[in-house]
Design a protein around this ligand. Structure first.
Ligand code: CU
Length: 359
């Protein structure tokens, strides 16, 4: 469990920060402490797989699909490679000591219930992409309307709801961490805690002050800090800009400043007609320990979970995926920690094609 830097010194990675160091050498970051030795495994693998037809550049062939972000997922090997990359990080996490009750506990805070308001339902929708900005325009020639119809996954809006007790005499700052974990693997076998935690999906992470006593917390799916809303179409940007110019109003696009994150329509994994079972896990941890910022009401740019907070430190001191990032050899550690709670939910899928209206 160590890295050798370019002066030959060893860097210990058997700690909370180890994953960042490992990421620096595997994902070919400019922070790599020894680029010459570790190279750029992930990028290089994309190139090697993309250039199989012409490995030496003898025929001057264009790059393969694996060499472009936009096309890479069209090649099944993309998923094999990414599982391989993912396993490197899993192997590292598996060597770290599992969290103890002391690491996880939030004194005086317990969760009564966690659940969902509204149905968890996915569907495919017909979506019209405005491709107007993909064609050249010229003075004196009228604009050509260009649109493309695609089917894309979406889901109904819903909310996470929880009742959390604060048995302290004073207000406390809490970090809410929500995960959705598949109950069964691709063969229909039930996951155990030990091998299931790695398949959990982070749904949201946010901070909230808890008053003494019972706190009812509701969080809308659209506010999830792992997601961004749909990008407005080119035409709607033109219309909004024209309107602002003609009536002197403000060209307000602040809802779309968040540019990094999963599209919100993909927050839910595709369900099944008769419902696909997931464990919805909520961990409420001590925000006064976790949070790096003074501003406790801040949404940190709205997409901090995956992308951090632009121009600021990553707002959470805990590793990404905490507390499900490490092995859980004994599930009692979670079961007996009152600031953890899970419930089983079902994600349904509506087979009917929907039509997307507002774009
Ligand atoms: Cu990749």
């Amino acid at each position: 469990g160590y890295i050798i830097d370019k002066e030959g010194h060893t860097i210990n990675i058997m700690n909370d920060q180890g994953i960042d160091k490992l990421g620096d050498i595997v994902e070919s970051s400019v922070y790599s402490p020894n680029f010459q030795y570790y190279g750029q495994l992930h990028n290089m693998a994309h190139k090697m797989l993309g250039r199989q037809a012409d490995p030496h550049g003898k025929y001057n062939m264009p790059p393969g699909v694996m060499e472009h972000f936009e096309t890479a997922t069209r090649d099944p090997t993309f998923f094999r490679l990414h599982k391989y990359m993912d396993n490197i990080f899993k192997e590292h996490k598996d060597t770290l000591h599992p969290y103890t009750k002391d690491d996880l506990e939030f004194s005086g805070v317990s969760i009564d219930s966690v659940g969902v308001e509204g149905e968890l339902k996915t569907f495919f929708e017909e979506f019209e992409f405005d491709l107007r900005n993909a064609v050249d325009s010229a003075e004196g020639i009228e604009d050509v309307e260009l649109k493309a119809d695609v089917h894309r996954l979406n889901h109904n809006d819903f909310s996470f709801v929880a009742t959390v007790n604060n048995n302290n005499d004073n207000e406390v700052l809490a970090t809410f961490r929500l995960f959705l974990c598949p109950q069964h693997d691709n063969n229909g076998e039930e996951f155990t805690f030990t091998n299931g935690h790695w398949h959990c999906i982070e749904m949201d992470k946010f901070w909230k002050k808890l008053a003494p006593g019972k706190n009812k917390v509701t969080r809308k799916s659209g506010d999830s800090s792992v997601t961004v809303p749909d990008v407005p179409s080119f035409q709607s940007l033109i219309d909004a800009a024209d309107k602002a110019v003609s009536d002197g109003s403000v060209f307000d696009m602040h809802n779309f400043e968040r540019s990094c994150g999963i599209p919100n329509r993909m927050l839910l994994p595709k369900g099944q007609t008769d419902g696909m079972e997931f464990a919805l896990i909520l961990a409420v941890t001590d925000g006064s320990h976790d949070l790096t910022h003074e501003d406790t009401d801040s949404e940190h740019g709205g997409t901090h979970s995956h992308c951090g907070y632009h121009g600021h430190d990553y707002p959470d001191k805990r590793p990404m995926g905490f507390p499900l990032d490490r092995r859980i050899p004994d599930r009692r550690v979670l079961d007996e920690t009152p600031n953890f709670k899970y419930t089983v939910v079902k994600v349904f899928h509506d087979e009917h094609l929907h039509h997307h209206e507002d774009h």
